[in-house]
Structure formats: C-alpha cells, structure tokens
Design a protein around this ligand. Structure first.
Ligand code: FMN
Length: 193
C-alpha cells in the first residue's frame, strides 16, 4: 500500500503540530512518501512553482492520499490551495465538470487538519457559531468534485495553545498529536486490506 502524505504547511521548520503528526506517520507508516509543498522551488518573486506533471505522477502512483494542513482562515493553507488549483487540473482531475474516470476518481483520502483553537471554541457556546467541519464546506466540495473518496477528517485542536514543555498538559497534547497520526495510519492501511 503506497500512501502519499501531502504537507501543505508553508514552513514546516516552524511547525509544532504538523511536524509532530508527520514524524509519527513516518514511524507508523514506514515507506510512506511525505511530500512537502513548502520545499518546492520558488520564482525570483518568491511564488511557489509546482512541477505539475511530477505532482500528478506522485498522486497517480499513490493508493491513498493524506492531505495534511493547518487551518488558516477557516480553510486549508494558501499553499495547499495553490497546489490544488494548479495540480488538480482540467483534463486530469476532471473533464467538463465531471470527475468520472479521471485521475483521482475513487482514490481514498484523509484530511488531516491542525486547528489553533479548541473544539469547544467551535460551538455556539464558545466563540464560533459553526463547527470546523461546517467551515470546511468548500474544501469538502472540492474533494468530492474530483472524486476523492474521503475516509475521514482527523482534526487536532488547540494547536495555537501549546502547553509549556515538561507539563502534564504538554504530555497530553503531544499524545493527542500522535493519536491523530495513528488514526490516519489506521484509515489508510484499512483501505489496503
Ligand atoms: C494565517 C493563519 C491563519 C489562521 N487561521 C486560523 C483559524 O481560522 N482558526 C483557528 O482555529 N486557527 C487558525 N490559525 C492557527 C493555526 O491553525 C495554527 O497555528 C496551526 O494549526 C498550528 O500548526 P503548526 O504547529 O503545525 O504550525 C491560523 C494561523 C495562521 C498563521
């Protein structure tokens, strides 16, 4: 089973949550390709330049795709959105509005999301009137539009509220990130058996 993990974090060196999830995925899914979008070449102006045929080939070869991104402004990162816009191109990911028979049609996928605030924050009793899943409507429609078979969304909350190192809260936080990675691995390996 070949899983492709696409990391949409714009600067993984500065990441805690996404980096921890990817590290654990490397450990529990050996041989998995972790594909960092933040290391793609850039133009002199600093704009990321994806090699679209190479990106499409990576997706073609994968049995399952994990899209790993922080929640930025209620959506996936700008870098991941750019990648989706350019790589999931007309004629490859869809034709005349239909994904039938196209490259991603029926391919299993998992969305891994790190969210700055807590889950309680995203309830009417908290500060947000909608759940994270409700804010993700355009993302879900995009995945559906190219025919990806979404197995689940794995959300790691509280990523902006990193507890101090050495505390029990930090131990629990780190464990929750590892649990997210293991849940992703279980989903991905489940489709292969
Ligand atoms: C530009 C930007 C936008 C963000 N928007 C949201 C948001 O809409 N909701 C939220 O809960 N957190 C938001 N955050 C917090 C990120 O989700 C959080 O920093 C990230 O998940 C942490 O992951 P990392 O440790 O891998 O960087 C935002 C952060 C940045 C930098």
């Amino acid at each position: 089973m070949r899983a492709l993990v696409v990391s949409g974090h714009p600067h993984l060196e500065g990441s805690n949550a996404n980096a921890a999830i990817l590290d654990e995925l490397r450990a529990v899914l050996p041989g998995t390709t972790i594909h960092r979008l933040d290391t793609a070449p850039t133009s002199p102006e600093g704009r990321t330049r994806f090699n679209v045929p190479a990106e499409q080939a990576l997706l073609d070869e994968a049995d399952a795709v994990v899209l790993a991104t922080p929640l930025y402004w209620y959506s996936w990162s700008g870098l991941m959105k750019q990648w989706v816009e350019e790589v999931w191109a007309d004629g490859w990911a869809f034709r005349s509005g239909s994904a039938a028979g196209c490259a991603l049609d029926g391919k299993p996928a998992v969305l891994s999301l790190t969210v700055g605030e807590t889950q309680a924050f995203y309830t009417p009793a908290g500060s947000e009137p909608h759940s994270v899943e409700e804010y993700l409507c355009p993302v879900y429609r995009t995945l559906e539009g190219v025919g990806l078979r979404l197995l689940d969304t794995v959300i790691s909350y509280g990523a902006s509220l990193l507890p101090p190192a050495g505390t029990a809260e930090r131990t629990a936080y780190d464990r929750a990130l590892r649990d997210s990675a293991r849940r992703i691995a279980t989903l991905v390996t489940g489709v292969a058996s």
